[in-house]
Write a protein that binds this ligand. Structure first.
Ligand code: S6P
Ligand code: ZN
Length: 184
């Protein structure tokens, strides 16, 4: 017998909000990102991003989805970004769809390969299993994207907190600059 009943929610394609909301909104402040940015947070209480979830059972047979709204800003030279994670079950994949703003998706494998892909309205990013992923807001407006991923993927933040990503995305005089992470 099916485990779930069908449901429908309305996604605001500009704001990334769901109506009705399906689950508790996750809020991440500068303080929550201490240790992920190179610099200490200058304004610990300031909002960096929110995740709006559509919770379903965390099983391989389901598809989780959520939207992320990442504010514009910097800590030191680094643009506001998500913590970033590997999926706890390493081979689980994910799809992002850009809804608003201007962003970068930084991806890395455990053996240190990396890629930087654009996130923009209408762009579909494929995140294959085995690639850690972090989104970065390189624009002046909120970066909004929709994500769908395998239900039992889970999140491994500890590896990123310890090692970081191979590259940093920083504000330069003529826009974003991708540099090697000296602490990786
Ligand atoms: C989940 C997916 C996104 C992120 C969200 C926040 O697999 O990749 O929904 O959870 O963008 O980023 P993070 O790294 O704090 O989970
Ligand atoms: Zn993910």
């Amino acid at each position: 017998d099916p485990k779930l009943d069908p449901f429908t929610t309305l996604l605001d394609l500009k704001l990334g909000t769901f109506d009705p909301e399906r689950g508790p909104v996750q809020v991440r402040t500068q303080e929550d990102l201490r240790g992920f940015f190179q610099a200490d947070p200058p304004r610990p209480d300031e909002l960096v991003y929110r995740v709006m979830p559509v919770p379903v059972p965390t099983e391989n047979s389901e598809i989780q989805c959520s939207t992320t709204v990442l504010e514009p800003g910097t800590v030191g030279d680094e643009y506001y970004m998500t913590k970033g994670h590997f999926h706890a079950v390493r081979d689980r994949s994910e799809i992002y769809i850009g809804l608003a703003g201007e962003g970068c998706l930084v991806l890395a494998t455990e053996d240190g390969r990396h890629r930087v892909e654009p996130i923009r309205e209408g762009m579909v990013n494929y995140v294959p299993g085995g690639w850690a992923h972090r989104s970065v807001n390189v624009g002046d407006e909120p970066l909004v994207f929709f994500a769908a991923y395998v239900g039992d993927a889970g999140h491994d933040y500890a590896t990123i907190e310890r090692d970081g990503f191979p590259v940093l995305v920083c504000r330069g005089d003529d826009g974003p600059v991708v540099t090697d992470n000296p602490h990786y």
